[in-house]
Design a protein around this ligand. Structure first.
Ligand SMILES: *Cc1c(COP(=O)(O)O)cnc(C)c1O
Length: 394
């Protein structure tokens, strides 16, 4: 049998330490390895496979579009991107969209848009305030935006124009705001940073501060958007509307895509000021249209909220049973389980052995980001495996 792991070591720049599992196919919330062994997938391509693996609606949209038109260029009009733009605008607080191919690229676009706004309306202000422990992507500018030393230190000097301040503390943003500030950029919930939920008033306070100063609020909804936390967009849960938001991960249920969405007020790009070769590509947009329609028509956010509460209850039961489980947090199907010691790796490996895929977000914290279409049955199966593993570890 082919040794895929050995080939990977031979040919790849070693930027990631992979788990010893080669996934060859998927269906719903399940995947199979190269020995045809089945796994329940609570990682979902890192919060990407909204509709699970190879959902028939997605497969059909991709197949039809692949037969029709795969790529042209943005010099011409194409239909799927216009349909997608209309769906996004009709179902959000935004007026305009710009399509690209990934989360980092969407955030880059958002920051460029904020800088244009600064030049036009804020006397050339260009600085963007972001938070410590955030995650906004891996390009140089987004590494500067991402307030985590481990991503920044290998690449100094970083592009300027970003200030990283404490999360969930309005005073930190207020103190960092100067005449050079054009925007605040936040994740509504810090996902890669450990699934950190802000206090109830935080986003409202940030919104009010931005209004008071005339600066823009950018929400990075790349992980929290598309129904992940129980509403189509997470800003809806805090009753706060950003001026700009970015989406990527779950938008096309596994096909690469990113989008910058803006209110009219912040829609300040002029012709030629931004662009992307693949952005708005018909194949990706057809996948996103199918995903978004399915999510809206089937009230997937409502189901995520229900199943997410059930998952919380099951995780809380684990906390009651095991004294080394110290915290359960998250919303919808973005959940974390924290231990009082660094055992996330060994718990993860033991889960893998028993056919469950979970994600380690910190040395002492597991994250659960399953497909949005799971039900209580999948939660029961996953929590059954996790409980066995924790009993063994404890
Ligand atoms: C994953 C993620 C990104 C980066 O997305 P890529 O597609 O990997 O560039 C940015 N922001 C948040 C909140 C994310 O979760």
């Amino acid at each position: 049998m082919t040794n895929w792991h050995e080939l990977e070591r031979r040919y790849f720049m070693q930027t990631i330490k992979r788990l010893p599992l080669t996934i060859v196919r998927g269906q719903g919330a399940r995947v199979w390895d190269d020995n045809d062994r089945e796994y329940l997938d609570f990682v979902g391509g890192w919060a990407v496979n909204s509709l699970g693996h190879c959902h028939p609606v997605l497969v059909q949209a991709l197949t039809e579009q692949a037969r029709t038109l795969i790529q042209s260029s943005n010099q011409f009009y194409t239909v799927p991107q216009i349909r997608l733009a209309e769906l996004l605008v009709q179902n959000s607080c935004f007026d305009k969209v710009f399509f690209c191919n990934s989360g980092a690229e969407a955030n880059e676009g958002a920051v460029k848009l904020a800088r244009r706004f600064g030049k036009l309306h804020l006397d050339g202000a260009y600085e963007v305030i972001t938070t410590l422990n955030s995650f906004h992507g891996r390009t140089l500018a987004m590494v500067a935006a991402t307030g985590q030393k481990k991503f920044q230190e290998p690449y100094t000097p970083l592009p300027g124009g970003f200030v990283n301040v404490a999360y969930d503390r309005i005073e930190a943003i207020q103190e960092a705001t100067t005449s050079q500030t054009c925007a605040v950029m936040l994740e509504p919930i810090q996902a890669e940073g450990g699934v950190n939920i802000p206090s109830d008033d935080y986003l409202r306070e940030v919104r009010d501060w931005c209004d008071q100063k005339g600066i823009l609020l950018i929400l990075d909804e790349i992980q929290t958007g598309m129904g992940r936390i129980g509403t189509l967009f997470s800003y809806q849960q805090w009753g706060v509307e950003p001026d700009i938001a970015t989406l990527a991960k779950g938008l096309a249920s596994g096909v690469p895509i990113g989008v910058v969405m803006a209110k009219s007020k912040a829609d300040v790009f002029q012709v030629g000021e931004h662009g992307s070769t693949f952005g708005g590509n018909p194949l990706a947009c057809a996948a996103a249209c199918a995903t978004l329609k399915f999510i809206i028509d089937n009230d997937i956010p409502g189901s995520v909220d229900r199943v997410g509460r059930y998952l919380s209850a099951r995780l809380e039961a684990l906390r009651s049973r095991f004294d080394f489980v110290v915290d359960v947090r998250g919303r919808g199907l973005l959940k974390a389980l924290e231990f009082d010691r660094d055992i996330a790796d060994s718990v993860l490996m033991a889960c893998l052995d028993r056919g469950l895929l979970v994600n380690k977000v910190k040395p002492n914290t597991l994250r659960f980001i399953p497909p949005l279409i799971i039900g209580e049955k999948e939660v029961d199966q996953a929590m059954g495996i996790l409980e066995e593993v924790l009993a063994e570890v404890g």
